[in-house]
Design a protein around this ligand. Structure first.
Ligand code: NDP
Length: 630
């Protein structure tokens, strides 16, 4: 027990006090209106989603066509789906994309400093097929967009693309056995199969703040950066701001990356903060091309598995990625190895082990007592490791930021994975600049926007420009986020079907919506390396369509039994994470604090590695169990 005792003593902080402080910080932020605190970007606000990256006035003839597969969305998900279809010889597909080119998230998010803090060697899909060598361990937005072009070229995707085209409706025609896809360019496309890969964070959100529409200065959302106004590009150098007073609202992962560039350029910068992000070390490095060239075949898949295994506390021989993410999880799970048998090391997703031989040794009563004690110790040790990690993050604010009040305000008081952890080496330093002011609203948010600027606590901050770094819709209705309705058998909409909670089979199929495939994290495996999930989904899609072709099937639909069982699985596994999420500060990770109002609206609680293995096994069985094929 010596080890466990050491874990809980001589910590240099009081765990009980910290636990209470975290709850206090959460309580300050809990609010009744949840997702309704944001307004939809439509009507008077629709200019916030105009595409600033294309020449205005594009037009083309509308088309009428019969196609085997329509893929909605030209981000990584849509591109991967298309690539895997090409691989199995399905070439009769169209990718419909709102933007002027492929890229999805990376097409829209070109703000200065935009980059990905998941290592590029795991984040970029298909690296072994494209032989692309990312320049750095952590890539940036321009290179990611360039890489989307590389994939598009390799799989000749432009010839199958309908760009600058928005789907407005999809409707199943039972008699034809086809999906009718309508677009804003009056296209009428009939598709046998349809893939919805419209992106989980595609719809920018704005705070429903009094006066937001009164403001007469310049304004935009970070996902539609207005370089015509700011000057510069994704690398910075925002020369248009040298004589401007700028406000940025929000301090999430996006703001953390663009604030240093705004601080370097603006005459004055006000950063309006509701909750601070946790800012860990980034330490970017150039790629050694010899290292990439020396990797054996299959290296990327191994590296991804290794990374995701560490993220769920599963044992691995070596930490291949060895960065802030893996370090954070290694810290969390260190010290629990002796206490927990191998099956337990699966992180937040499953803190209870299945029955094992202890059960037979100890008998029911003692077994349960032991499990409860072990569990308490395990979760307590994980919590202590988390406290330690976050104490380090808070100490960094003190080390870097000279003004003590500002440093204090920049300290996050919540567990590390309550919000998206950030990794940046210039963000905190920006607050040492004399032209940069942190306006800490202490959980409350800004009070009002006026004709001239932003009001908080009675002070009006007059500015030339307001930039909204307020993120994207997550918990709202699927069709609202997608931008189109989906009507299945009998005209039932997906909004109606999912009104009381998500209902899918494997996150990909939903009964009543035959031949439709949903890509995304809902009821599926979610990873921080989102492209990894999309890659797995594209493999799964191609497997099913390949099998359907073999069997001569024209209609694929989830059986009621399979869907009901899957929803049950999602609910059962979601319970394991609910307690953790409830103690978190609100945000989109925990449905703005309304945790588990509909527990089926979760990702697969067993974690991505378990989910991918489950899907692989299902594919290997080869009989498409749970799907009805006609
Ligand atoms: P987020 O949703 O993470 O952040 C929105 C920010 O706006 C929060 O700080 C939020 O505060 C704040 N906010 C909302 N309403 C108000 C208000 N009324 N007054 C003041 N502040 C307000 O969006 P992001 O665009 O930053 O990030 C979205 C996601 O995109 C990330 O979580 C990540 O998954 C991904 N991403 C990844 C990056 C990477 O790889 N490094 C970079 C950028 C984005 P509060 O926290 O209190 O709600």
């Amino acid at each position: 027990m010596a080890e466990a005792t050491d874990t809980f003593t001589n910590l240099g902080f009081d765990p009980d006090a910290l636990r209470n402080k975290y709850l206090e910080e959460r309580d300050k932020r809990l609010r009744q209106d949840g997702n309704d605190q944001y307004i939809e970007v439509k009507g008077d606000f629709s200019h916030y989603v105009d595409d600033p990256y294309v020449e205005p006035g594009f037009s083309r003839e509308s088309i009428e066509a019969e196609i085997e597969v329509v893929i909605i969305g030209g981000g990584f998900g849509g591109m991967l789906a298309a690539a895997r279809l090409r691989d199995i010889g399905i070439d009769d597909f169209r990718i419909i994309e709102k933007g002027g080119d492929f890229g999805g998230t990376w097409y829209w998010n070109r703000y200065p400093g935009a980059s990905c803090d998941i290592e590029s060697y795991v984040y970029f899909p298909l690296l072994e097929k494209t032989d692309f060598v990312p320049k750095q361990k952590y890539t940036n937005a321009p290179e990611t967009l360039e890489y989307c072009g590389v994939i598009a070229q390799k799989y000749s995707l432009h010839e199958n693309a309908l760009l600058q085209t928005e789907v407005v409706a999809t409707e199943w025609d039972e008699d034809l056995g086809r999906w009718k896809v309508s677009t804003n360019r009056s296209d009428k496309i009939f598709a046998k199969f349809i893939v919805h890969s419209n992106g989980p964070l595609n719809r920018p959100k704005l705070p429903a703040i009094r006066g937001i529409n009164e403001y007469t200065g310049h304004t935009f959302h970070t996902s539609r950066w207005d370089y015509a106004y700011t000057g510069g590009d994704s690398h910075g150098n925002l020369t248009g701001l040298t004589d401007k007073k700028v406000a940025i609202i929000g301090t999430g992962a996006t703001a953390v990356q663009c604030v240093p560039h705004l601080g370097a350029a603006a005459k004055e910068l006000y950063v309006f903060q509701r909750t601070p992000s946790s800012i860990d070390v980034r330490n970017n490095q150039p790629t050694d091309p010899n290292w990439m060239a020396s990797q054996a075949s299959g290296w990327q898949s191994e590296r991804r598995k290794n990374f995701e295994s560490l993220m769920v506390g599963a044992p691995v021989k070596e930490d291949l990625v060895n960065d802030g993410w893996t370090e954070a999880f290694r810290t969390l799970f260190s010290g629990v190895r002796d206490l927990a048998p191998a099956k337990w090391r699966i992180g937040f997703w499953a803190l209870f082990a299945p029955l094992n031989r202890d059960f037979y040794k100890l008998g029911l009563k003692q077994y349960v007592t032991k499990k409860v004690t072990d569990y308490m110790d395990l979760s307590r040790q994980i919590e202590i490791a988390d406290f330690k990690k976050m104490e380090g993050i808070r100490a960094r604010a003190d080390e870097v930021v000279k003004d003590k009040v500002t440093a204090e305000a920049l300290k996050p008081y919540y567990r590390q994975f309550c919000k998206r952890p950030c990794f940046h080496d210039e963000y905190l330093n920006t607050f040492n600049r004399s032209n940069v002011t942190l306006v800490h609203t202490d959980g409350r948010g800004i009070d009002e926007i006026t004709e001239n600027g932003v009001i908080f606590k009675g002070t009006e901050y007059e500015v030339d420009c307001i930039i909204f770094a307020t993120g994207f819709e997550v918990g709202t209705d699927y069709s609202r986020r997608a931008g189109y309705q989906i009507r299945g058998v009998g005209g039932t909409s997906i909004s109606e079907k999912w009104a009381d909670g998500l209902s899918t089979f494997h996150g990909m199929h939903s009964r009543g919506f035959p031949n439709a495939f949903f890509f995304g994290p809902a009821q599926s495996g979610f990873t921080a390396t989102y492209t990894y999930s999309l890659d797995e989904q594209s493999v799964h899609l191609a497997h099913i369509l390949g099998k359907a072709r073999e069997k001569g099937a024209n209609r694929i639909e989830a059986s009621q039994r399979a869907e009901t069982e899957w929803v049950k699985t999602i609910i059962e596994k979601a319970r394991l994470t609910a307690d953790f999420q409830e103690k978190c500060t609100p945000g989109y990770y925990n449905n703005e604090g309304n945790v588990n109002t509909k527990p089926q609206n979760n990702t697969y609680g067993g974690g991505p590695i378990e989910f991918f293995a489950l899907m692989e096994k299902w594919r290997e069985e080869g009989n498409l169990d749970g799907l009805e094929l006609i």
